[in-house]
Design a protein around this ligand. Sequence first.
Ligand code: NAD
Length: 290
Amino acid sequence: MKIGFIGLGNMGGPMAANLAAAGHAVAGFDLAAPMPEGVAQAASAAEAATGAEVVITMLPNGAILRAVAADILPAMGPGAVLCDCSTVDVDSARAVAEQAAAAGLGALDAPVSGGVGGAAAGTLTFMVGGTADAFATAEPLFDIMGQKAVHCGDSGAGQAAKICNNMILGVTMIATCEAFALADKLGLDRQKMFDVVSTSSGYSWTMNAYCPAPGVGPQSPADNGYAPGFASDLMLKDLRLSQQAADSADADTPMGQLATALYQQFVEAENGAGTDFSAMLPRFEKRGRG
Ligand code: NAD
């Protein structure tokens, strides 16, 4: 398949590399990131999209997605599918899908879970909104980049699933980090804490697969000085998207609200931006009750 890939950063780079390694012809464009092996460098986003059957975007936010979509939709051929894998607000996902449909193109919002490790290993989970036809076109690509793709419903449904998932992720990471910090103060060895919790009812993805304590559990950003991984500012972005959606849908999300406030404080007032979102653990370590 001929694929355009726009946004080849921490996530998009390895995703595009996996598509190229599987034998697809991938043309990539990024403002800054280098092209991974096997991906042809295009001179612009529009050039990457020209002649592609599927154009994948993996960009920082909805405003950038809207700007890139305005560039590439006119360059895409009839029947081609724009598959946005970024995490963006539901409104941007739906607006881009409407523009694509008006131009005779397919569109999917297909955000992912699994992080940079999942992107590199080709084990992401895709949560997808859009038509059944567009989903069928992109499904073979989801199978290469991931281990699971769930067609969640119409345009926007993928982003809805993603922000609900990430609200759980932010809340759970905070809970895991504050429990480690409490365990430290109670004199409990971190490895013992992991051994117990990872096989008890407090287990979670943040404990078992992405442990925030260095040297404990599988390799994670904590073992690399908290270099992202999944940056705290991106976690804050997703939590804000969840609270924006909760406002517009009139949903009561007190834990999500608190997690948003804590990540906001960490990112904006405590130099947390640019560190992995699991760096909440050293943050809690430094603090007392007051
Ligand atoms: P990143 O910042 O590493 O990559 C984004 C890339 O987009 C950068 O390389 C940037 O140069 C490029 N870019 C920005 N504007 C552009 C433009 N106009 N044209 C072309 N390229 C442009 O971020 P990331 O970690 O790869 O995340 C990408 C998306 O995936 C975000 O929406 C994020 O929320 C989501 N996500 C990230 C993770 C993770 O663990 N990092 C996990 C799931 C979802």
